[in-house]
Design a protein around this ligand. Structure first.
Ligand code: PEP
Ligand code: MN
Length: 286
């Protein structure tokens, strides 16, 4: 392992707790549960997601407005219009929002509307982008590259840390392998190793790992059991109709059940899930 001066754990008790908002943090005893669609599609969609998930409870919402798609002909995200939807839902619900930044030029527009910026897998080693988000005063979710080693992942975090941003949340989201049955292979061994190597919080995205909704809940429970600090899960009011990643989207009911089913698993490993999303989170959006 190369010298990860800032990301390395100094001693077994060394851990970083990162605040997403006044009430919500990741890396402490409480797990961070993030839910929401792959892509922001409309105001109505995001309001339905927020109002159902507040009660789950989730502690933050996700939704992409700039989407890295394999095909240039596929939906690319709502862009500015999507940012405005995120901003409204964030204000009305009180829940922090996480959205992906694909390019340095998008940072200025996204940062005021998001509580956490996501660096997607395809950009994990976009070093100029990592340096740029290192200068932003917001937490960063850094997703593991499609075929990145653990060392490359830690060194990518080191780029952000060394450019001045101490708030990096690592996200294991599955790595490429030979078997197309699952979209990727969820590397829970990496989660355990990363907890030993770094002091940074680590969350798990079982949705992009599995690529199939029927695998997501069990993988999420396994992630919590092995020490992950949280999960980020794709869900949608009408999963089959999702404009992107429909096959892996949970229904909102299934997302609520998943959160409930995590409680005993969390308790077994000394973690907890808050009963409420947060003191200033509103149960009703109107
Ligand atoms: C996403 O979170 O919607 C996404 C594109 O994830 P990843 O970068 O892990 O593929
Ligand atoms: Mn997705």
């Amino acid at each position: 392992m190369q010298n990860a001066k800032l990301a390395a754990k100094a001693d077994p008790s060394h851990k970083t707790v990162i605040k997403l908002s006044e009430q919500i943090a990741v890396g402490g005893q409480d797990l961070l549960i993030v839910g929401g669609p792959c892509s922001v599609e409309s105001q109505a969609q995001m309001e339905e997601v927020a109002s159902r998930l507040v009660a789950a409870p989730v502690q933050a919402l996700r939704g992409g407005v700039y989407k890295p798609r394999t095909s240039p002909y596929a939906f690319q995200g709502l862009g500015q219009e999507g940012l405005e939807i995120l901003a409204t839902v964030r204000d009305r619900s009180g829940l922090p929002v996480i959205t992906e930044v694909m390019a340095i030029s998008q940072i200025e527009a996204i940062a005021p509307h998001a509580d956490v910026l996501q660096i997607g897998s395809r950009n994990m080693q976009n070093f100029d982008l990592l340096k740029a988000v290192g200068e932003v005063d917001k937490p960063i979710v850094l997703k593991r590259g499609l075929a990145a080693t653990i060392e490359e992942f830690v060194m990518a975090a080191e780029y952000i840390l060394s450019h001045g941003n101490p708030n990096v949340i690592l996200c294991e989201r599955g790595i490429r392998s030979f078997d197309p049955y699952t979209r990727n292979v969820l590397d829970l061994g990496a989660v355990v190793a990363l907890k030993q190597i770094t002091h940074l919080p680590i969350i798990v995205d079982p949705s992009h790992a599995a690529g199939k909704r029927e695998l997501v809940a069990d993988l999420a429970r396994a992630a919590v059991a092995c020490g992950a600090d949280g999960i980020i899960v794709e869900c949608h009011p009408n999963p089959e109709k999702s404009v992107s990643d429909a096959r892996q989207a949970l229904s909102l009911e299934d997302m609520v059940s998943l959160v409930q089913s995590l409680r005993p698993v969390a308790a077994a490993v000394g973690r907890s899930i808050p009963m409420k999303a947060g003191a200033n989170v509103r149960l009703s959006l109107v």
